[in-house]
Design a protein around this ligand. Structure first.
Ligand code: GLC
Length: 561
């Protein structure tokens, strides 16, 4: 390694990528005996906002089909499509009226089959979003359930008498800002809904409900789907005695007195339901990803299951609330890495402010976005990207209550502005409506679409998009990144997070400057030198002994023996 080797911009070694061995309905293990989902990079698509093929302002399945080439080039192995089933769209699809059909707004089952066939050709798997906790209040099950106290589906939902006139059964609150009980004057009982009143909770204690839900997963597995992201699994069960939740200090995000949700969240029975879903998934080599709002890393361990027989990929959403800091991330990654299963990392989704906006410092925004990519795409674990993260899309929050579409924002304004900001149309070009649609998009495109869009970034080798592409290509080629164990190095450095990924006799070093100051990192590992794979803003000095990092720079290299 020559002294003062300068690493300019983003530089990498690209090898030829073998096609993944296992595809939908194919073998569950790859040639090296690893389950396919450990190596896959997932891409979350919010179908309303990804690509609009019929120019009605709302994205659709044919739009997704038209972008599979883009996704493959990016390095995506699987797409998770948020709910595209028939729905009154009160919660934009998370209120389902038929689990085995496609909402006409997104297309037809035939369009889905075309998408699945084309995805197979592109070696991209499809994961659907399964809303297991609740249905729409317009679902035929609920319409029957509320029709009389003796209807066939009455016990498919949670119905209870109130404590008296205008007095619901207990003090539980909905996470969207209303009481959690809605009164039905026809049958004179209350039904329970953790989310909107239009999203009644299913009664998972009823075996008929469990059977219907398991059958739904089979329906989609038979159509070639490779797994599910299970929505809101924390809230599947409630205490049968409906005990009041105890008070907690302060107020919630709607300004209501806070409570500790111990009687309507994370009940032990959740694990029985997850095991049942997993048993069916295993028949199809499918993966179950969980929307798991854990409050500590120990809870992740529970979601893997004692025998690793529940969720293969319970999302670690805690990471998103942590301060942006090398020391904090080091500690957190070590905990997640040793939580007993295969980690899964996510830095944005359709419910939380985009990572670009969360971490931006106003001066180094793009560098920070690249650093975050270099971080979560090189950890030991599966990565789930959110559409547009790869081009540095930022939040575009509503400016007034009238603009808000998300009912959460309508109910919570101004304390809670809702989630429209992170759901805006994908930015394909610098042209009208960011190339998403020639109709008026359902949510407005931010001004930053002029600079942060696929077409412009493809032309710039230092763009966020090209950094993502390079990182993903590297990740697919390097066994140490796919399989390697995680070892923290220079563990006392408060500014630079550095680690090794080691597999057999290969080691890859990742060095990340989480500070807004230049840093000199002397890496404490035995090695005769580095083969640089990819970097942004980093230089090697004193032979390979010191890595000079500009603010928020990263450096990735293979160690030589
Ligand atoms: C999950 C979804 C969210 C939805 C909620 C109710 O948290 O991610 O978007 O509103 O469930 O289904």
């Amino acid at each position: 390694m020559p002294a003062c080797a300068k690493i300019l911009g983003v530089l990498m070694v690209v090898l030829t990528l073998p096609m993944p061995a296992a595809l939908a309905q194919g073998p569950g293990l790859d040639a090296a005996g690893h389950p396919w989902w450990q190596h896959a990079v997932f891409h979350e698509i919010y179908p309303r906002s990804f690509a609009d093929s019929n120019n009605d302002g709302v994205g659709d399945l044919n739009g997704i089909s038209s972008k599979l080439g883009y996704l493959k080039d990016l390095g995506v192995d699987a797409i998770w499509i948020t709910p595209c089933f028939p729905s009154p769209q009160v919660d934009f699809g998370y209120d389902v009226t038929d689990y085995e059909a496609i909402d006409p707004m997104y297309g037809t089952l035939a369009d889905f089959d075309k998408l699945a066939a084309s995805a197979r050709q592109h070696h991209i798997r499809i994961i659907l979003d399964f809303v297991v906790n609740h249905t729409s209040d317009q679902h035929p099950w609920f319409l029957d359930s509320k029709s009389s106290r003796t209807s066939a589906h009455r016990d498919w939902y949670i119905w209870r008498d109130g404590k008296g006139p205008q007095r619901p059964p207990n003090n539980w609150t909905s996470t969207f800002g209303t009481p959690a009980w809605a009164y039905d004057p026809t049958t004179q009982q209350y039904y329970y809904h953790y989310f909107y009143p239009q999203q009644p909770d299913l009664n998972w204690r009823n075996p008929a409900v469990e059977k219907a839900m398991l059958d739904t997963t089979r329906f989609w597995y038979e159509r070639g789907v490779s797994g599910f992201r299970l929505d809101a699994v924390d809230t599947l069960f409630e205490d049968p005695a409906l005990k009041d939740n105890p008070p907690a200090p302060g107020t919630d995000r709607f300004g209501r007195p806070a409570t500790r949700e111990i009687y309507n969240k994370k009940l032990p029975e959740v694990h029985t339901a997850l095991k049942a879903l997993r048993t069916v998934a295993d028949e199809y080599h499918a993966v179950l990803i969980g929307e798991t709002w854990t409050s500590d890393v120990a809870q992740l361990r529970e979601y893997y299951g004692e025998q690793n027989d529940e969720l293969q990929l319970p999302m670690d959403l805690l990471l998103n609330g942590l301060p942006f800091s090398a020391s904090v991330y080091r500690q957190h990654v070590a905990a997640v890495d040793s939580a007993g299963g295969w980690p899964v990392y996510v830095i944005s989704n359709h419910d939380i402010t985009r990572s670009y906006t969360r971490y931006a410092d106003g001066r180094h925004n793009d560098e920070i976005a690249k650093l975050m990519a270099a971080f979560y795409l090189t950890l030991r674990g599966t990565a789930i990207m959110y559409y547009g993260e790869e081009i540095g899309m930022e939040n575009n929050d509503p400016r007034s209550k009238e603009e808000v579409q998300d009912p959460e924002g309508k109910l919570g304004w101004p304390l809670e502005k809702g989630r429209d900001g992170e759901r805006t149309p994908m930015q394909w070009t610098a042209g009208a409506n960011a190339g998403f649609s020639s109709g008026k998009p359902w949510l407005p495109v931010p001004a930053s679409a002029k600079t942060h869009n696929v077409s412009s970034e493809e032309k710039n080798p230092r763009s966020i998009l090209e950094t993502y592409r390079s990182l993903l290509a590297m990740r697919h080629h390097q066994a140490a990144l796919l399989e390697g164990d995680y070892f923290s190095v220079n563990s006392d450095d408060p500014n630079v997070l550095a680690y090794l990924r080691r597999y057999q006799d290969e080691s890859i070093l990742v060095v990340l400057n989480f500070s807004n100051q230049s840093q000199q990192a002397k890496i404490d590992v035995p090695s005769s030198g580095y083969i640089s794979l990819l970097s942004s803003g980093a230089t090697l000095d004193n032979g390979y002994r010191t890595i000079s990092l500009e603010p928020f720079a990263f450096y990735i290299a293979k160690l030589t023996k």
